[in-house]
Design a protein around this ligand. Structure first.
Ligand SMILES: *[C@@H]1O[C@H](CO)[C@@H](O)[C@H](O)[C@H]1NC(C)=O
Ligand SMILES: *[C@@H]1O[C@H](CO)[C@@H](O)[C@H](O)[C@H]1NC(C)=O
Ligand SMILES: *[C@@H]1O[C@H](CO)[C@@H](O)[C@H](O)[C@H]1NC(C)=O
Ligand SMILES: *[C@@H]1O[C@H](CO)[C@@H](O)[C@H](O)[C@H]1NC(C)=O
Ligand SMILES: *[C@@H]1O[C@H](CO)[C@@H](O)[C@H](O)[C@H]1NC(C)=O
Ligand SMILES: *[C@@H]1O[C@H](CO)[C@@H](O)[C@H](O)[C@H]1NC(C)=O
Ligand SMILES: *[C@@H]1O[C@H](CO)[C@@H](O)[C@H](O)[C@H]1NC(C)=O
Ligand SMILES: *[C@@H]1O[C@H](CO)[C@@H](O)[C@H](O)[C@H]1NC(C)=O
Length: 496
């Protein structure tokens, strides 16, 4: 072993200790920046390669007739009806100021094998057209309400709908909707069929302009504007109208336990923020789990910063009326999880628990890439008796769950392998290599010093026993002055 090699090994060891992490971080930065030259990550960003699923659960109404008489609604969960979701970014334009604009298109395909039942299953849910319109027209003159009620009767629209899952989801032909679109165009959100997700298939989520991360990696994926807006106008305070965070698919790298996951959701009409819960592991990849804070849908009384989302009801409900054509719609966690428990008293058949109804995003903290995601939300309709509109009977005031959905996905297959190799194995190997170099450098130096020392104190030419060598090695590394020069000799003699 030459002296040059020893010096070189130590040099590289020390160098790698300091430079290694910088190289890895630099590599992460280079690989994550949104840039068509970054072929792998750019294509991953453009056409999200992991299968995403939307699972729908209906709250089938068991006692529609009794509800009309003022009794408590009884519901039974039906589903899941699972749709594979294809996400694709299009109209991608890079701007000179390190931002990029795009539209994201989504399409859905029914997955019979993952569903409980098929799209021809029949369920009963509130008729949003009738019950929604009733609440919206509550303050109009009585004569108008009578007229509206007559119209409902003409078109045979009742308070509840019993239809197939496919029709409720993707739309059904309604004579009333056709009539309204013909004589009062622009009043309804849809021009064709009427359904809960009628406008979702092959639609886009608006024009997003986000930062590419070039120049400042902390900004990567942050939304600069949505449909040209840098803030919303749905809510009462500037704070609530802010468009915060990313578009909800990726986050900046280098996360800590203090990091949060802010994102803007066009479907929820607001920015949301998840908080760190715990560390974990996904197929060998370390992760941080982020979940919804309890305050996410709290009302302004319970959590002052949410005052701008009011007028509010009980905590756990978000009034999304202003961004749903003024219909009395509310978003919550499924089964009113983390909401005021009093909500469970108004509807029978709800059983909230974190395992089934909490939402989470598992992130690889070093890169900000989601590994396992489950976003779950519930859509509710505020309904009650409205005089003049006889369809509403004697319905008691209630925030009625209609459906809840889960959007979920996790990375797997070749995507996971590539990710694992480049961002988990490689950095680990680099780390071992750097410690290997240091250890090698130190060992060679110590052996050299030992040999040198041995010659100086004229130890017997026999090599010391393992035990003695061990003692010597330990004290050398602590304080050379404390080393009993004769101990090795004595021990060696006693051993013989
Ligand atoms: C987006 O692209 C489609 C075709 O790919 C085009 O018809 C449409 O006008 C584009 N929209 C915008 C806003 O650029
Ligand atoms: C960057 O440029 C785009 C297009 O010109 C513009 O819409 C956007 O507001 C700019 N963003 C910033 C942060 O300057
Ligand atoms: C959504 O649109 C695609 C393409 O037009 C179609 O193949 C698919 O069946 C549609 N999905 C649903 C659930 O209607
Ligand atoms: C759905 O299931 C029912 C029975 O469970 C069956 O009769 C029907 O043909 C199925 N429909 C489709 C479209 O597969
Ligand atoms: C947006 O971020 C700001 C600053 O972090 C915060 O004060 C505000 O409450 C956030 N708004 C929403 C809607 O999350
Ligand atoms: C806010 O929520 C709490 C708890 O759910 C409830 O007691 C209170 O009445 C609510 N405030 C308003 C203004 O609705
Ligand atoms: C929801 O908000 C809208 C507008 O902000 C308000 O007019 C309506 O009364 C609220 N709904 C309920 C049930 O509180
Ligand atoms: C994703 O997380 C959920 C909830 O912790 C877990 O049940 C599931 O097994 C995870 N997915 C995979 C593929 O590990």
């Amino acid at each position: 072993m030459t002296r040059a090699f020893r010096v070189l090994a130590l040099f590289f060891g020390v160098l790698l200790t300091f430079v290694g992490p910088i190289i890895i971080d630099d590599q992460i930065v280079k690989n994550t920046v949104i840039d068509p030259n970054n072929e792998m990550s750019y294509n991953m960003w453009k056409d999200v390669p992991v299968p995403f699923y939307m699972s729908i659960y209906f709250f089938h109404i068991l006692n529609p007739q009794e509800i009309l008489k003022g009794e408590k609604p009884m519901v039974e969960q039906r589903g899941p009806y699972v749709y594979r979701k294809r996400i694709q970014k299009d109209n991608i334009t890079f701007h000179p100021n390190n931002t990029v604009s795009y539209k994201e298109y989504r399409s859905y395909y029914f997955e019979r094998s993952m569903s409980v039942g098929n799209e021809s299953d029949v369920v009963t849910i509130p008729n949003m057209l009738v019950l929604g319109a009733a609440v919206m027209m509550e303050n109009l003159p009585f004569a108008v309400r009578i007229m509206v009620s007559t119209t409902f009767k003409t078109f045979k629209e009742g308070a509840f709908l019993t239809k197939t899952v496919g029709e409720l989801m993707w739309g059904y032909d309604s004579k009333l909707v056709d009539f309204l679109n013909k004589y009062l165009p622009g009043m309804l959100p849809s021009t064709g069929k009427f359904g809960l997700f009628a406008e979702f298939n092959n639609s886009d989520t608006g024009l997003f302009t986000i930062f590419t991360g070039k120049g400042n990696i902390r900004n990567i994926h942050k939304v600069n504007s949505w449909n040209g807006l840098t803030e919303l106008s749905y809510w009462q305070t500037p704070q609530c109208n802010m468009i915060n965070g990313t578009a909800g698919q990726m986050w900046p790298p280098f996360m800590t336990e203090e990091s949060t996951l802010p994102f803007y959701s066009p479907d929820a009409c607001r920015s949301l923020e998840l908080v760190y819960q715990r560390p974990g592991e996904f197929k060998g990849v370390p992760l941080y789990r982020f979940v919804a804070p309890k305050t996410m849908f709290a009302n302004g009384t319970d959590y002052a910063p949410n005052e701008g989302f009011c007028p509010c009801r009980q905590s756990g409900l978000l009034n999304v009326s202003t961004c749903r054509h003024n219909s009395p719609a509310f978003i919550s966690h499924p089964h009113f999880f983390n909401a005021d428990p009093v909500l469970l008293d108004y509807v029978q058949g709800l059983h909230p628990n974190e395992e089934e109804h909490g939402l989470f995003i598992d992130i690889h903290p070093q890169t900000g890439v989601p590994l396992n995601v489950s976003i779950r939300l519930q859509l509710n309709l505020y309904m009650k008796k409205v005089s003049g509109i006889t369809e509403t009977g004697k319905i008691s005031e209630v925030v009625m769950p209609m459906i809840w959905f889960e959007e979920s996905g996790y990375i797997d297959g070749p995507v996971l392998s590539t990710f694992y190799t480049n961002l988990v194995v490689l950095p680990a190997v680099m780390e071992y290599v750097q410690y290997g170099f240091i250890a090698l450098g130190l060992v060679t130096i110590i052996i050299a010093a030992f040999v040198h020392y041995k010659v100086k104190v004229k130890l017997p030419s026999r090599s010391p026993s393992d035990l003695c060598y061990h003692v010597f090695f330990n004290c050398m590394s602590h304080h050379s002055a404390c080393c009993p020069t004769n101990r090795c000799k004595t021990e060696q003699e006693s051993l013989h």
